[in-house]
Design a protein around this ligand. Structure first.
Ligand SMILES: C[S@@+](CC[C@H](N)C(=O)[O-])C[C@H]1O[C@@H](n2cnc3c(N)ncnc32)[C@H](O)[C@@H]1O
Length: 316
């Protein structure tokens, strides 16, 4: 990693110990988001598409594998499940939820998004379904319950997530689920599936890089544009393509942040027991809070019309 400018290092230090007020942090995030929008608007349509084309070409030879090689394989093992339970809803969905109305609860928003995935993926009872990067199994378990004749396979690279799903299936008498513990970029699967789901698995940067990029202007994190994956159709072709307003990102982040804050003491105790160090625990919690503040600002930017959630249905 490049050496950090002293001003950046100072800000990060303040962030880690919680010395940046939420409003101040939100302003920094907004300024960064504005810079990105300005960059887009300062180029004409021909330049923007040439840039997109060059970017797609630069990723082609190594593609997704290159991205995922940069993932810290232990990243999620680092998260104690008790900490995740304080933040997420009943389904333990680690990705954006769908808030149909102001009054929608987190539990309902988790289910609404899971339902939308199934509808858009046109899952039928009896299908063989694979969920790559299945987290705590929100989608795996949802499908296994809703479609009892489906067989659902989840892949995760995280032991605690696999254990959680196995335990949930045992408690709920679900016999149509299999969980594979593997790095999907290296795992050879010989079985065929009717549906393959991938929900928010592309997260190429580690925590330090990530927070640096969020707050500071010289950004390198690739957040794909809504049409980015449409350029990767060598093995599959697009059947349908939907977008959802970024407000669902903002709302999910806001609710997760509120839950974390409401459980601040327990969260700190859980993380401290895990890391064995109060300073590390606070750093962890402050990074997590910053990521939620980022979600609030980014998802809510320009009334949710700028950074969107994208769903794409491909067929082979
Ligand atoms: C943001 S979480 C999303 C989890 C889940 N899809 C959901 O919506 O709740 C990303 C998931 O991808 C998994 N993951 C990331 N890289 C992976 C890899 N190379 N192989 C297998 N799983 C991976 C992580 O362990 C985590 O479960």
């Amino acid at each position: 990693m490049q050496e950090m400018k002293p001003q950046k290092a100072e800000l990060l230090k303040k962030l880690e110990v919680g010395l940046i007020l939420d409003e101040e942090l939100k302003c920094l995030i907004r300024a960064q988001l504005e810079r990105r929008v300005l960059w887009i608007n300062s180029h004409n349509c021909e330049q923007r598409y040439a840039h997109l084309h060059n970017h797609v070409q630069s990723l082609r030879p190594t593609s997704v594998e290159m991205e995922t090689n940069e993932v810290n394989p232990d990243a999620y093992d680092d998260v104690p499940i008790e900490f995740s339970k304080l933040i997420h809803g009943r389904a333990m969905k680690m990705s954006w939820c769908y808030f149909e109305a102001e009054s929608t609860t987190l539990d309902d928003a988790e289910v609404a998004m899971l339902d939308l995935y199934c509808e858009r993926a046109q899952i039928k009872d009896g299908d063989q379904v694979l969920d790559i990067g299945c987290g705590y199994g929100s989608l795996v378990i949802y499908i296994a319950r809703k479609y009892p004749n489906c067989h659902v396979t989840g892949i995760t690279d995280t032991t605690s997530q696999k254990e959680y799903i196995v335990e949930q299936c045992r408690n709920q008498n679900l016999n149509n689920v299999e969980v594979i513990l593997a790095d999907v970029t290296e795992y050879n699967m010989d079985k065929a599936f009717d549906r393959v789901m991938v929900i928010e698995v592309f997260e190429p940067l580690n925590e330090d890089d990530w927070i640096e990029e969020i707050i500071f202007p010289d950004m390198i994190l690739t957040i794909p544009s809504a049409d980015f994956l449409l350029y990767f159709q060598t093995d599959v072709s697009v059947v349908n393509h939907w977008v959802l307003n970024g407000k669902h990102v903002a709302r999910s982040s806001e609710v997760w942040l509120k839950r974390l804050d409401a459980n601040a003491d327990t969260a700190k105790a859980v993380v401290e027991a895990f890391t064995g160090c109060e300073k590390e625990a606070m750093k962890w919690i402050n990074y997590t809070r910053a990521s939620f503040l980022h979600g609030i600002e980014q998802g809510g930017y320009n009334n949710g019309e700028e950074w969107l959630i994208v769903h794409i249905l491909f067929k082979k």
